[in-house]
Write a protein that binds this ligand. Structure first.
Ligand code: KG4
Ligand code: ZN
Length: 347
C-alpha cells in the first residue's frame, strides 16, 4: 500500500486529503479535511485574495494534523505528497506549495505539483472507480467552465471548450447579488428556483447561434440580461419575482451547459461524461444532464457534492494516478503558476 497526501489551496478552501493506493491501482479515501474561508469573503460578495492567503496560512497545519488523525496514520507513513500548483490565486497557491515542499523535504518523500482542474476529474474516481478512456469532463465552478477530453488522467487532457468570459459559478454569484441573495449565490438561487417558474422569462442562451464557437460558453450576456430585466421592473415600480428570475436564469445556464456537453460527447464519439466543480451540485444542472445523457446514450458520472467542491482528496487522488502511472515527481524548486494550462497535468 502507498499513502498519498494531497494539499489544495488554490482559492478559498484549505484542503488536505489522504488516499491509500493499492497495488492493483484501487484507491481508498482515508481523510478529506477542508477548512473554508468563505464566510470571511461573504460581505465582499467574492473571494478577497489576501484574506484567502492569510486563512490558508492559519488553517494549513491544523488541517494537516486533522487529516493524519482521521486517517489513523503517522506523518511518517506518507509515501508521496501532491499539491495544487495552479491555476488559482497566486498568494493562495504559494501557501500550499510552500507547505508541500516543507513536508516533502522533512519526510524525504517525492513531491508532485499538480493541476487543479484534472484534480476535479480525479475526484470522481474516488467515488466511481477508474475512468474509461476517453471520457468528457464538464468542469463548472466559481473560477472555471470547461469541457475537457480526458484520454489519460495522468498524461493526456485536452481542452475542447471553455468560457470566453464569466465562469458558470461566477454568473450564479453575480445574479445572486442582483437579486439580493447571499454569497456564494449557487445554493440560494438553487433554492429560490425550486419555488419559481423556469419558463417565466426567456433569458438568452449565450454562444448558441449557428456561427458561434461550438463548444465555448459565455455567461456575461446572460448576467447583464438578468440585471436589465430586474432594473426594468424596478423602474416600473413593479415587484421583482425573485423565484421566477432565479428559476429562469438557472434554466438558461443548465440548458446551455448540458446541450453543449452532450453535443461535444456525441460529435467526439465519447460515451462517458463527468460533471464536477461546485456548480455540479446544482439540482437542475444534474437533473437535465441526467435526462439528456440518458437520451443520447451517454453514461453520466457526478461525484457527491462534497467531492465536487474544492478539496484535498481530489489532489491526493490525482497524485495517486501519477504515482500509479510512473510519472516522474516534481523538483523541490517547484513554483506556483496561477495560469497553469489544463493540458499540463503535473509539472
Ligand atoms: O468548485 P467550487 O467550490 O470553487 C471554485 O470556484 O473552484 O465552486 C464554487 C461555485 C460558487 O460560484 C457557487 O455559487 C457555486 O459553485 N455553487 C453552485 C451550487 N453550489 C455551489 N451553483 C449552482 N448551484 C448550486 N447548488
Ligand atoms: Zn476548483
Amino acid at each position: 500500500m502507498t499513502i498519498i497526501l494531497g494539499i489544495e489551496s488554490s482559492c478559498d478552501e484549505t484542503g488536505v486529503g489522504i488516499v491509500d493506493l493499492a497495488d492493483d491501482g484501487g484507491m481508498t479515501l482515508l481523510a478529506d479535511e477542508v477548512a473554508s474561508s468563505v464566510e470571511q469573503h461573504a460581505r465582499f460578495g467574492g473571494v478577497v485574495p489576501e484574506v484567502a492567503s492569510r486563512a490558508h496560512l492559519e488553517a494549513m497545519v491544523p488541517s494537516m494534523r486533522r487529516a493524519v488523525d482521521t486517517a489513523g496514520i503517522a506523518l511518517s507513513d506518507v509515501d508521496a505528497i501532491a499539491v495544487t500548483c495552479g491555476p488559482g490565486l497566486a498568494g493562495a497557491l504559494l501557501v500550499g506549495v510552500a507547505a508541500a515542499k516543507a513536508y516533502a523535504a522533512a519526510l524525504d518523500v517525492p513531491l508532485y505539483g499538480v493541476n487543479h482542474l484534472p484534480g476535479h476529474v480525479a475526484a470522481d474516481t474516488l467515488e466511481h472507480g477508474a475512468l474509461p478512456a476517453p471520457c468528457l469532463a464538464l468542469l463548472v465552478s466559481g473560477g472555471h467552465t470547461q469541457l475537457l477530453r480526458v484520454d489519460d488522467l495522468a498524461t493526456k487532457i485536452t481542452e475542447v471548450g471553455s468560457t470566453i468570459d464569466d465562469a458558470a459559478g461566477e454568473a450564479y454569484d453575480k445574479v445572486a447579488r442582483i437579486l439580493g441573495l447571499p454569497y456564494p449565490g449557487g445554493p440560494p438561487i438553487d433554492k429560490a428556483a425550486a419555488r419559481g417558474d423556469a419558463q417565466a422569462i426567456r433569458f438568452p442562451r449565450g454562444l448558441t447561434g449557428p456561427r458561434d464557437a461550438r463548444f465555448d460558453f459565455s455567461f456575461s450576456g446572460l448576467k447583464t440580461a438578468v440585471a436589465r430585466w430586474v432594473e426594468g421592473r424596478e423602474r416600473d415600480g413593479e415587484p421583482v419575482p425573485v423565484d421566477d428570475v432565479a428559476a429562469s436564469f438557472q434554466e438558461a445556464v443548465a440548458d446551455v451547459l448540458t446541450a453543449k456537453a452532450v453535443r461535444a460527447a456525441t460529435e467526439l464519439g465519447i460515451g462517458t461524461m463527468i460533471v464536477s466543480g461546485g456548480v455540479a451540485a446544482n439540482s437542475r444542472l444534474s437533473g437535465l444532464a441526467r435526462a439528456r445523457c440518458a437520451k443520447a446514450g451517454i453514461e453520466l458520472r457526478v461525484p457527491r457534492p462534497r467531492l465536487c467542491t474544492d478539496n484535498g482528496a481530489m489532489i491526493a487522488a490525482l497524485g495517486a494516478h501519477l504515482v500509479a502511472s510512473g510519472v516522474r515527481p516534481s523538483s523541490l524548486d517547484l513554483s506556483a503558476d496561477p495560469a497553469l494550462p489544463v493540458s499540463t497535468v503535473s509539472v
